[in-house]
Design a protein. Structure first.
Length: 117
């Protein structure tokens, strides 16, 4: 599977996201709790971009802090479906999830592995 290097990922502040393109796929990178998560920038419901436009900012209302059993989430801007940032699993149906891509840090950069659709 093709690997793509995202330069200077360390410049992405915590709680924000960056949209990149790899293999013709729009990928959103979340910086969250000291780690980076890479997902296809497409909600599995009706295809909304889960992180808006290029260099979009993950607004505070799209992240819910840990409260009791409730995990940190990203909330789709169209109809409000919620997914755990950590693994992309839907809170209402664990069978539904964001498409996640492997991501690993390499110095200041992030390497993601994206399968073409
Ligand atoms: S498109 Fe995401 S909840 Fe409907």
């Amino acid at each position: 599977m093709p690997e793509h290097v995202i330069k200077n990922i360390i410049d992405l502040p915590a709680g924000k996201c960056r949209v990149v393109h790899a293999c013709g796929t729009e990928v959103v990178i979340f910086s969250h709790n000291g780690a980076y998560r890479a997902y296809k920038n497409e909600c599995p419901h009706q295809g909304a971009p889960i992180c808006g436009a290029f260099e979009a900012r993950l607004e505070p209302q799209h992240i819910e802090p840990l409260r009791g059993r409730r995990p940190d989430i990203v909330r789709c801007p169209w109809h409000g479906w919620e997914f755990e940032i950590a693994d992309g699993v839907s809170l209402i149906d664990p069978a539904i999830r964001l498409r996640q891509y492997p991501a690993r840090e390499c110095g200041d950069d992030l390497i993601i592995t994206v399968e073409p659709d």
